[in-house]
Ligand binder design. Structure first.
Ligand code: DPP
Ligand code: ZN
Length: 879
């Protein structure tokens, strides 16, 4: 496979003005007629027209009305090159594809008998020959023809111009998108679907038609998606002055989808997981996911569609920015300060759990990568979540108003253009009159920076000197790093736990100062500091870095009790927990992985008790504070890690909390019941979260009463959040009741695919489920590798969320992984490649495990036939 480099970018030789597509849809043989007008790009030079095409058959090719002879063009390696063309060209291309055989779910495919498309990043070339690159933006007209009985609904981008009947029971629909767009935003749907629809008044007084399309029988699960869409439209109008630019906006759900959703212009196509919800089948987390993803895809209409990417190396231009926007939307929807902080804590946890390991592993890449083999491998937590952190830092540096000015300038300059990350940075810099040259390193340097702080209080001078030291570990291809421009939000707590007023260089900086670290080492002096403070550094997680400091338990307890910044308050608790987890994991390993005679100190238990019963704190925050760092996060802190030791340590702490705080946990369980009709709002969800973590701790040290409590909740709850939590508690407590509950659950929900996914997932992630048990589940009639959600719910969930069994000392988990990566790769490379990433961190494990992981990687790498997707991942892992 070939590596593609950012530095090799060349503008397209020809630009496309208009595209007229005609589809005769047939699962076995779809004929696509494509008429495009092109014009030579004076900025490029060259008279060859280069089109991409993959897995399609060329039937006819005409240039300005003349059929091209074989000598006029070359068709090889998925490229169609017309050697010499005049300045203005009308190309007519006829080609054929076979949607029913397309298991990759990229291009045009069939799901449950319906047609869908997915074109990002490079799926359009699987539909027709085209310069399939985001810097070619054109206006599209689309004619769809299909059997009316089988496909009564025909949708594409933009506005419906005309529809009617044809002979032979067929019908047609003509769609026109008034905006120029890159090919990756093309979409069509031909299906038997029903919709919830509504007219919505936009800020400028226009009415827009909003639709949510689903399969028959699912209309009872579309309300929340519709509501989320309306909230998103309103929010973008109010927050950024950005309006819906179309007369209609459609969301369509399909159960076969590689990603979460796709922002096709005016026709968003979604994984059912992010559309369908009602209290019976969806959890609080599912509702949150729907709100966030609906918002995300809607926000792309401006950040991604109106202003798009010049090339795929710029992916974070739209993804980092749009994730930041959906994060801010979610926080604003909750509306309270703690609610906002709780969402921020979720984001920090995601970064630590997924992005930091990626940034430290073989696939580490900058937010704006310099090269790739397969672009589909770069829809990563780095491009998305770290990219969002980079965008957030502009807002931290310039404030909400300064950020808005930068956004306004960005749209003023670049509407309907395909641009680079640098253009966004320039708009932020120019709008705020700041030099952001050094800030560019956040886009070009991979790896998570380490930020160390040392504080010294001078008793006589009444100064507090804060020394900040930054470094960044090497990553593949980047042995040395230069200092980053890091906004470091700092507060100082006095002995009573109150914020001191901060004075730096005679300027009063209030309770929290945003210091700008630009050198490898810098000191900041706070004056008028009358007592020894405790420093609260990196408030609000003001930069995506690893923070190190010589915290004492006393400092951490002080912050955990008093910090006015809820994120750092939570963080102090995580640090207290992490130090215990590491110590106990070490002890367990030293004792041959027996949990016997481990001990947890009273200080820690007392801290947990205090936060658990603190009625001044939101339940949602208390739940976050009680949730221990995951086994994966602990493993990241240990060289030569033995996952079993980590599991034993974490389970021991959970059981010890369950036993020693039994009374308090029971009381909180009772106090946070949410009687009455279910509502997914943040306050109710927070109560359920606290109640359910109490239930989970109680069942980490199960007794008759705690099991009965879980059983009763399972039997009586009227919503999926509580039912799934109860089932999880029963499974974790390893009682015989768990098997019965699993059966009941399956019987009740076997008709709900998304709930069946949960059923598989809970079993896949249970430490009692070994490889043999996973194989048995794969033989269940409801299992199939062909559906991405289902494959992920069992196979990926086992490999990624069940560390103890996946890392079984006999290597059986790794052998299973290799087998499944190979099997999936033959069907769907994108899904296979995600699974392949389960081995990213193999070099961090204990030597005996490492050896077997390497062997499994080599087995996959040794396959003759592998997709570029999987080949890139395993090759980089072994490099
Ligand atoms: N569908 C993916 C997203 O919205 C890729 N654009 O992030
Ligand atoms: Zn996106």
């Amino acid at each position: 496979p070939q590596t593609i480099y950012r530095k090799d970018y060349n503008p397209p030789t020809y630009l496309v003005d208009t595209v007229e597509l005609g589809f005769d849809l047939d699962p076995a043989r779809t004929v696509v007629a494509n008429r495009l007008t092109l014009r030579r790009n004076p900025a490029a030079g060259g008279r060859a027209i280069e089109l991409h095409g993959e897995e399609i058959e060329l039937v006819a090719l005409r240039l300005n009305g003349k059929t091209l002879a074989g000598a006029d063009y070359t068709l090889a390696d998925n490229r169609l090159v017309i050697h010499e063309a005049p300045d203005d060209v009308v190309l007519e291309i006829e080609s054929v594809c076979v949607p029913e055989q397309n298991t990759t779910l990229s291009g045009l495919y069939v799901s449950n008998g319906n047609f869908f498309t997915q074109c990002e990043a490079e799926g359009f070339r699987r539909i027709t020959y085209f310069p399939d690159r985001p810097d070619v933006m054109a206006k599209y007209t689309v004619m769809l023809r299909a059997d009316k009985a089988r496909y009564p609904v025909l949708l594409s981008n933009g506005n419906l111009i005309q529809e009617g009947d044809l002979d032979d029971g067929r019908h047609y629909a003509l769609w026109e998108d008034p905006f120029k767009k890159p090919s990756y935003l093309f979409a069509l749907v031909a299906a038997k679907l029903v919709c919830q629809e509504e007219t919505f008044r936009l800020a400028d007084g226009r009415d827009a038609l909003l639709q949510v399309w689903v399969e028959d029988g699912n209309l009872d699960k579309t309300d929340y998606a519709m509501q989320s869409l309306k909230h998103s439209i309103r929010w973008d109008e109010e927050k950024y002055g950005l309006e819906l630019d179309l007369d209609r906006f459609m969301i369509v759900a399909t159960s076969d989808f590689n990603m979460g959703a796709m922002e096709n212009k005016g026709l968003n196509i979604f994984n059912t997981k992010f559309v369908l919800a009602n209290p019976r089948v969806a959890t609080d987390v599912d509702f949150q996911g729907i709100e966030a993803v609906v918002a995300h895809e809607y926000f792309h209409n401006w950040t991604g569609n109106r202003v798009t990417c010049r090339d795929w190396f710029q992916l974070s231009l739209k993804e980092g920015l749009t994730v930041f926007r959906d994060q801010e939307f979610t926080a604003d929807m909750i509306g309270t300060d703690t609610g906002r902080a709780v969402t921020r804590i979720d984001q920090v946890r995601t970064l630590r759990q997924h992005q930091f390991p990626e940034d430290a592993g073989p696939m580490a890449h900058p937010v704006r990568p310099d090269s790739f083999v397969e672009i589909n491998n770069f829809y990563t937590v780095t491009v998305y979540e770290k990219g969002a952190e980079v965008v957030r830092m502009y807002q931290t540096l310039f404030g909400v108003d300064g950020f808005r000015k930068g956004m306004d300038l960005y749209f003023e300059r670049h509407d309907e253009q395909a641009v680079e990350c640098d253009d966004f940075r320039r708009a932020m810099a120019d709008a705020n009159g700041r030099d952001l040259t050094q800030f560019e390193r956040w886009y070009s340097q991979a790896g998570t920076p380490v930020l160390r702080f040392e504080g010294r209080w001078d008793e006589t001078a009444h100064t507090y000197t804060l020394k900040l030291i930054q470094s960044c570990p090497p990553t593949p291809g980047q042995p040395q790093k230069l200092p980053f421009h890091i906004p470091v939000a700092v507060g100082l707590l006095d002995a009573a736990g109150n914020d001191m007023r901060l004075v730096v260089d005679s300027v009063d900086r209030g309770a929290t100062a945003v210091l700008e670290l630009t050198q490898a080492e810098q000191t900041f002096v706070f004056t008028d500091v009358k007592e020894q403070p405790v420093a609260s550094v990196l408030r609000g997680f003001s930069a995506p870095v690893v923070l190190q400091g010589s915290y004492t338990d006393a400092d951490l307890l002080h912050l955990f009790s008093h910090d006015s910044d809820p994120v750092n308050r939570w963080e102090a608790g995580q640090r207290l927990a992490m130090s215990r987890l590491l110590k106990l994991a070490g002890e367990a390993a030293a004792k041959g992985n027996s949990g016997a005679s481990l001990n947890l100190d009273e200080t820690f238990i007392e801290a947990m008790r205090k936060v658990l019963v603190d009625e001044t704190l939101d339940p949602a925050f208390r739940e976050q504070a009680l949730l221990l760092p995951s086994e994966g996060m602990v493993a990241e802190q240990i060289d030569g890690v033995d996952p079993l030791a980590v599991h034993i340590a974490r389970q021991f702490i959970r059981a010890d909390i369950g036993a020693r705080l039994r009374g308090e946990l029971l009381a909180q369980y009772e106090a946070n019941l949410t009687p009455g009709a279910y509502s997914p709002d943040a306050a109710s969800a927070g109560k359920r979260a606290l109640k359910n973590i109490a239930l989970s701790y109680l069942n980490a040290a199960p007794d008759d009463e705690s099991v009965a409590l879980a059983q009763r909740q399972f039997d009586e709850a009227d919503n999926m959040t509580d039912r799934a939590a109860a089932l999880g508690a029963l499974i974790a407590s390893r009682v015989p009741e768990a098997a019965d509950a699993l059966d009941v659950f399956y019987q009740e929900f076997q008709g709900e695919a998304l709930v069946v996914d949960k059923w598989f997932m809970m079993q896949a992630a249970a430490p009692t489920t070994d490889v043999a048990a996973v194989r048995a589940l794969m033989r269940h009639p409801a299992f199939t590798l062909r559906n991405p959600n289902r494959a992920r719910s069992l196979v990926a969930a086992f490999c990624m969320n069940n560390p103890v069994q996946f890392h079984a000392p006999d290597g059986s988990g790794y052998a299973f992984w290799a087998e499944q990566v190979i099997a999936l790769d033959a069907l769907n490379p994108q899904v296979a490649s995600r699974l392949a990433r389960a081995m990213d961190r193999w070099r961090r494990y204990a030597p005996a495990l490492q050896e077997q992981m390497k062997a499994a990687l080599q087995r996959v790498a040794g396959q003759g036939k592998l997709s570029n997707d999987v080949r890139e991942v395993v090759t980089k892992a072994l490099a």
